[in-house]
Design a binder for this molecule. Structure first.
Ligand code: NI
Ligand code: MN
Length: 227
């Protein structure tokens, strides 16, 4: 069975491996573009890249409803346990772990991570998934960094990259990121949710496909692709 990757707008994606539903950064409530509600979205695992409200989002509610295991850094785990989340698996940057459905490694991200109540959220991260022979890199919120080249050396099938600017990489740096990572396919994210991150994804797609051999999959919120 193929792997289904659905974009729920902003940085929220759902990876369905056939064995497990992996939900990343579930910011749905209060997200004007969200195509699904927090009480409907499936999750066996929830991955949280950093402490900001537009990434922790509905994690607590979804974890309590589904019993999903939350994967994130140790500092965010401690905070989630304090909020009544029962199933957590802390990892940290550079570390990978083999789950029943595949492996995930935490990668560096240049950003902040304070939690919604002001608690310390450790360092932000991205995620590198190894699922059924495919490698999916979700950069989450980050600026451009040259070590993306190291991530690319692993041979990335799908990269999920922010293009919104202001809080993360904008279109120019995301294009440079594609050149460093050289993924087979890329999905742009973290744009249009708010006025300050409005972008033209079709124009970005054109530039990427002119200057690299990476294919750009433009998804609408709720849209998906298969690997
Ligand atoms: Ni953020
Ligand atoms: Mn963000």
């Amino acid at each position: 069975m193929s792997i289904k990757v659905t974009w729920y707008s902003h940085a929220c994606i759902l990876i369905q491996t056939g064995d497990a539903n992996l939900l990343v950064d579930p910011f749905l409530t209060g997200n004007p573009l969200a195509p699904i509600k927090a009480d409907q979205v499936p999750a066996d695992y929830i991955l949280v890249s950093h402490g900001h409200g537009d990434h922790v989002g509905d994690t607590i509610q979804i974890a309590k409803r589904t019993g999903a295991t939350v994967i994130s850094n140790y500092e965010i785990q401690n905070w989630l346990v304090g909020q009544g989340v029962q199933n957590v698996h802390p990892q940290h940057i550079g570390g990978g772990f083999n789950y029943p459905w595949g492996r995930v490694k935490l990668t560096i991200a240049h950003h902040g991570s304070i939690l919604p109540d002001g608690s310390y959220g450790g360092n932000p991260c991205g995620f590198l998934f190894y699922v059924k022979g495919k490698k999916i890199y979700h950069a989450c919120d980050t600026g451009l960094f040259y070590d993306m080249k190291l991530i690319g050396e692993e041979g990335i099938d799908l990269a999920v990259l922010p293009i919104g600017d202001n809080f993360t990489m904008g279109p120019d740096d995301s294009l440079r990121a594609v050149k460093l990572i050289q993924p087979k396919q890329v999905v742009p994210i973290h744009y249009d949710t708010f006025d300050v991150i409005k972008q033209d994804p079709a124009a970005w797609k054109k530039r990427v496909e002119q200057e690299t051999s990476t294919r750009v999959a433009l998804l609408k919120p709720g849209g998906h692709l298969e690997l």
